[in-house]
Ligand binder design. Structure first.
Ligand SMILES: [Mg+2]
Length: 372
């Protein structure tokens, strides 16, 4: 089998009301989908994260730079192709947009391989779980949205069947942080796991202080308390507080995660397969995490393809726990597949037994949001 074409598709949906975390404002929901075609009629689907830059840049990297290294190659030799893309792009790569672009291609290659094997991807990758507990990822800031609205929103996910929810803090000061967390804890009750995400907003000493103030609300994890570059600060926070520190959505490849683990900067690792180097690299990161007795809960905050790819990865590793399930408005997640992903009555997502990623794009929806 030979690769004949690598295509990137940019999908965009503007938001009427932008949503905000502690450090970032999101004016649109977009996605860069990747399709790899072969001479035997098999095609693979993937997604490359574009976060932090225009999605078109990611498309250009995939089609004008990386495609050239793949045409004529056997798509089943994924390790070789990963290494080829990494080494050829290394002078301007190693992190960021290049690795995210490689990630989308890598997922599509795994989709092809699993389809060729006639197996669901999570089983080809090792097969560990038939279902993964989902947490509702939301609780953002928005104009006109107060603490009361936030608490109602978070309680609505519990009503839908989620047994764990994640909310944002860090944008409006520590008194506001505590008031938000208190209101949400009261609204969801004591039996739901509550996760908080600081999106890199604090210094280490601020993070330690706010973590101690949140202690009485029983926080399941404190995500990204400090900037991703501040590995020592993250380690200081992790050592000082009882709440586990989760991070890694802003880290790339096994090399980046090695440094997090060596420094004991995280208690929970959050690679995203659309960003960290694909499934090939995420598997290595998870294996490395297990050697430090660290659980691995992939980040996912994009289209349905990103969600499904991260889910197959989660279901293939022994040290998984949750799947992040973004609940903010995004038709690229809810409408993109002919069969959308849903939680079951216990708040888990069941894996399915179709080969590869096992999903199909709704072409009318792709057409509606296509922006390239
Ligand atoms: Mg996060």
């Amino acid at each position: 089998m030979k690769i004949t074409r690598v295509e990137a598709m940019v999908l965009t949906c503007p938001l009427e009301k932008p949503i905000m975390d502690a450090t970032y404002t999101l004016p649109h929901r977009s996605a860069v989908l990747v399709r790899v075609d072969t001479d035997e009629g098999l095609s693979g689907l993937g997604e490359a994260a574009y976060f932090g830059g225009p999605p078109m840049i990611t498309k250009i990297i995939i089609e004008k730079e990386l495609q050239e290294y793949l045409i004529g190659e056997d798509p089943l030799n994924i390790e070789r192709l990963w290494e080829k893309m990494y080494q050829r792009s290394i002078k301007h790569g190693r992190k960021g947009a290049i690795i995210a672009s490689m990630s989308g291609i890598d997922i599509a290659l795994w989709d092809i391989k699993a389809k060729a094997a006639g197996m669901p991807l999570y089983q080809l990758l090792g097969g560990c779980h038939e279902r993964i507990r989902a947490y509702a990822s939301a609780g953002f800031y928005a104009e006109g949205k107060g603490i009361k609205e936030l608490a109602e929103e978070m309680a609505s996910y519990v009503k839908e069947g989620f047994t764990a929810v994640k909310m944002k803090i860090g944008r409006l000061g520590q008194s506001e942080d505590v008031a938000r967390v208190r209101a949400v804890r009261e609204a969801i009750g004591d039996n739901v796991d509550l996760l908080v995400d600081g999106n890199n907003a604090y210094t280490a000493y601020q993070a330690i202080k706010i973590a101690r103030r949140m202690e009485e609300y029983n926080i399941f994890w404190f995500e990204e308390p400090v900037p991703a570059e501040d590995i020592e600060g993250s380690a200081a926070v992790a050592a000082a507080i009882d709440t586990p520190v989760a991070a890694g959505e802003n880290e790339f490849t096994r090399y980046g995660f090695r440094d997090l683990f060596l420094s004991r900067a995280v208690d929970i690792a959050q690679p995203d397969v659309t960003w960290c180097g694909g499934i090939t690299e995420a598997k290595k990161i998870a294996a490395m995490a297990s050697a430090w007795n660290i659980i691995c809960v992939p980040h996912s905050f994009s289209s349905a393809i990103a969600l499904v790819a991260n889910l197959h990865f989660s279901a293939s590793i022994p040290n998984s726990l949750f799947q992040e399930f973004d609940r903010n408005y995004n038709p690229l997640r809810e409408d993109l597949l002919t069969e959308p992903v849903k939680i079951n009555k216990d708040g888990y997502i069941d894996l399915w037994d179709k080969p590869g990623l096992g999903v199909e794009l709704d072409q009318a929806v792709v057409k509606r949001y296509r922006a390239d």
